[in-house]
Design a protein around this ligand. Sequence first.
Ligand SMILES: Cc1ncc(COP(=O)(O)O)c(C=O)c1O
Length: 400
Amino acid sequence: MAFLADALSRVKPSATIAVTQKARELKNAGRDVIGLGAGEPDFDTPDNIKSAAIDAIRRGETKYPPVSGIVPLREAIAAKFKRENNLDYKPAQTIVGTGGKQILFNALMATINPGDEVVIPSPYWVSYPEMVAICGGTSVFAPTTIDNGFKLSAEALEKAITPRTKWLMLNSPSNPSGAAYTEAELRALADVLLKHPQVWVLTDDMYEHLTYGDFVFRTIAEVEPKLYERTLTMNGVSKAYAMTGWRIGYAAGPIELIKAMDMIQGQQTSGACTIAQWAAVEALNGPQDFVRKNKAIFQNRRDLVVSMLNQARGIECPSPEGAFYVYPSCAKLIGKKTPGGKVIDGDETFCSELLETEGVAVVFGTAFGLGPNFRISYATSEKLLEEACTRIQRFAGSLV
Ligand SMILES: Cc1ncc(COP(=O)(O)O)c(C=O)c1O
């Protein structure tokens, strides 16, 4: 439609939303569908956080907030970064947005000129390249492999950087692969970045609290303090505290960048919902046992899914360090046929046939920029996961 902006022609609709929609349609039509597409915890927000929001309403915290966030939340964010990441940020260096998504968007809006490049390791969260495109920038994809655990290597980063590179988007633990970078792996990336002072790092630490076993989470500005001056450290309450609907994300970084993001936000939303901000204060400052408890639940689910998928014929599923996703490969099944004669010509067909025949909704890997793989979200009960994996085993076993 000629009336619509040119920028829209550069943007793709979300594949994750499309899968969720298709699964919903089949369900409404009476099919028995297990949806493993959703990117949100299946737990409810803890009661202490809900109560903090209700108290805020009763106290009349219902007026416009300061654009960058209410002072108690910016203080709680600064304290969180010190306590958990050993990073010194003043409250004035922090900003609260309507979800981590808006933080990322505003950081790109505030910095990208036409032709500027953003290095994005693939597989990536679907929104990164679309946000870059809307802002007029160019995404440069740096591929990873299943053999290196879907992690960006120093060599691949070096190769992707040009004089036009403005940002490296780093997401650990990753959506969609669950891969999380160790301190040594971040060190290797930091060494490359130190050679290229024009490149800033936008680190998306949204899944920080969801890492398993003895993995120790680190963020890049902590590992290499020389990068502190050119890092925006982004995080949020959505995944750690089961608060996806409250829409609170935050970041900390150099004051000039924060001020620029504040200016954009001032013309855009005037700041995030005050009630949700008070809930986030309680999430960050209150008891953290919810996070520990859920971590253990997610770890059991990960182990179940990884073990069952590796028993499916032709599927290879590495065990990732974090998040609530696994990213198995279906490479060995490409070229095979379903009993009905349909050729599996890629991960998209694999996933659509899996949904049609077994009623299991997963997202095809090509949507995240690296295939043939598929993403499973294990943010659902063990019972459903077990049933879904049994169906995947049956589907994979039926291909000839
Ligand atoms: C990697 C990653 N970053 C950021 C977000 C945004 O989270 P929110 O906007 O809910 O804070 C998500 C949500 O799916 C995500 O997976």
